[in-house]
Design a protein around this ligand. Structure first.
Ligand code: NAD
Length: 468
């Protein structure tokens, strides 16, 4: 037996006990996780700064997501765990019908590198709320964060409740071979498909939180300066390594030039206010490693070589994992930048003349994780919302739909994923929704009419039910 399967067996052994824990006990675990995380906040700040050049306040904002999730879940968990009585139908008349949300068992949580703490612990909170044990596989690309995450988990949880497995693809593959009851995956679409195939071997349910190219639509009525400021922030945040980041902008031709100038000015005003240079700004983070820096740089180079026009930025320093915030326009479908998720601080711009063309631009990349609309025309807003599909959408802002309101479930659709997290939906994702029917045994309610040989009365009821 390998070390991973031995640890999996220990996690499995904890599940009967965890299944029967009370809301108060689960809430105590969530609070302990929060306390232990906050105790290590300075170390988490240092790790995020080393890995991604993250400003302490940006890392603190990642932790705020955890705190609000703990508070919301603890407030509501007892209510969610209560069996939910449901109404009867004609066929269940006289019986008692209810839904119980019970734990699934052991959940595997595989995380990406761009927000290691939130990606490890937000799903973990939902898993604890539902009474599961959890194995976390943080990304190997953020090893300092992964080490702290492991130390926090080891401090708070016994080995039959939670375990952290550090490592790369080999560790991930060995974990995926274990018969987990649910797999929660955050990462790219290509690996998401591997995860789903592996889950099929054990018929584990899956939540896939993936990425893609999130379009921004800016129509001729948009408040351009306001849009430019918000998009500068949305695109430079975490150096563009955000799953819901605005990836490319489809801008009405009549305002395209002005928008490009405004967003370039805003980047400078927000991130280079002292004039020392964007590369010196404490607010401009770094790309996770040289490989990804070179990848983002090559997206810019490829677009330029195929005829795109650089509006601002465009420089990169691979040894320093730095990509200058960049606006590049007149991109076309044959460019790599329109084919891959950028996951860097580069906004590609394309123009449109009528709103039907916007749908044509989006069509090859449909089902994004997010979609953003900047407009003051209600008819246009409704048109774009009704004729597109995405996991979430925001009108006249960006990046404010995740981790901000536990009443808004978060997740993707199609290429960008499946399943939801956040608040009650996170609890549901990690629970088995069990339908239960209680049959009273008195002669008035336990009439056994459906048993053969069929009576005329039964035949009449059934035949009447299928009448046109
Ligand atoms: P990735 O797919 O490379 O890695 C994710 C996880 O999968 C890691 O833990 C990694 O070790 C593991 N992995 C990698 N290759 C594997 C393989 N062959 N077999 C099994 N496991 C493997 O993703 P990434 O580069 O770390 O993250 C970036 C992606 O994550 C982007 O596409 C981004 O949009 C997406 N993302 C999505 C969300 C969301 O909530 N929807 C959040 C953050 C990031």
């Amino acid at each position: 037996m390998s070390e991973i399967s031995e640890k999996f067996a220990v996690l499995k052994s904890g599940t009967p006990r965890l299944r029967n824990t009370s809301a108060a006990e689960r809430c105590a675990r969530m609070k302990s996780l929060w306390d232990a995380t906050v105790e290590r906040k300075d170390d988490l700040f240092k790790a995020a700064h080393k890995e991604r050049g993250t400003h302490d306040l940006d890392m603190a904002a990642e932790l705020v997501m955890l705190k609000s999730e703990v508070d919301y879940m603890c407030k509501n968990l007892a209510k969610w765990m209560k069996p939910e009585k449901v109404k009867n139908s004609l066929a269940t008349m006289g019986k008692r019908c209810e839904i119980r949300r019970q734990s699934k068992g052991v959940v595997l949580n595989m995380a990406a590198y761009n927000a290691p703490t939130a990606e490890s612990f937000v799903p973990m909170l939902a898993s604890i709320a539902a009474g599961n044990a959890m194995a976390i596989k943080p990304s190997e690309l953020a090893p300092d964060s992964a080490q702290i995450i492991q130390e926090i988990v080891n401090k708070v949880f016994p080995a039959d409740e939670a375990e952290v497995f550090q490592g790369g693809v080999e560790v991930a593959q060995e974990l995926l071979a274990q018969p987990f009851d649910h797999i929660y995956y955050t990462g790219g679409t290509a690996v998401g498909k591997i995860v789903m195939k592996a889950a099929a071997n054990n018929l584990a349910s899956v939540t896939l939180e993936m990425g893609g190219k999130n379009p921004v639509i800016i129509d001729e009525t948009a408040k351009l300066e306001n849009a430019a400021a918000k998009l500068a922030w949305g695109r430079v945040m975490n150096a563009g390594q955000v799953c819901i980041a605005p990836d490319y902008a489809i801008v009405h031709e009549s305002v395209k030039e002005e928008f490009q100038t405004l967003i370039s000015e805003k980047i400078n005003a927000l991130y280079n206010s002292d004039g020392a240079g964007l590369d010196k700004s404490p607010y401009v983070p770094r790309i996770i490693n040289e490989r990804h820096t070179a990848r983002v740089k090559s997206l810019i180079e490829d677009a330029k070589a195929k005829g795109a026009t650089l509006v601002s930025g465009g420089n990169a320093n691979i040894e320093n994992n730095y990509v200058e915030p960049t606006i590049i326009t007149d991109v076309t479908e044959d460019m790599d930048i329109m084919q891959e998720e950028v996951f860097g601080p580069v906004l590609a711009v394309v123009g449109y003349k009528n709103r039907e063309d916007v749908l044509k631009h989006i069509a090859p990349r449909t089902n994004s994780l997010a979609l953003y609309i900047y407009s003051t025309n209600d008819d246009n807003i409704e048109y774009f919302l009704s004729n597109t599909s995405s996991g979430s959408a925001v009108v006249n802002n960006n990046c404010i739909q995740s981790g901000t309101n536990p009443n808004l479930p978060f997740g993707g659709v199609g290429n960008s994923g499946m399943g939801r997290i956040g608040g009650y939906e996170g609890f549901r994702t990690m629970s088995n929704e069990r339908s239960i029917v209680h049959q009273p045994l008195d002669k008035f309610r336990d009439f056994l009419i459906q048993l053969p040989p069929y009576s005329d009365r039964y035949s009449n009821i059934i035949m009447k039910a299928i009448k046109k």
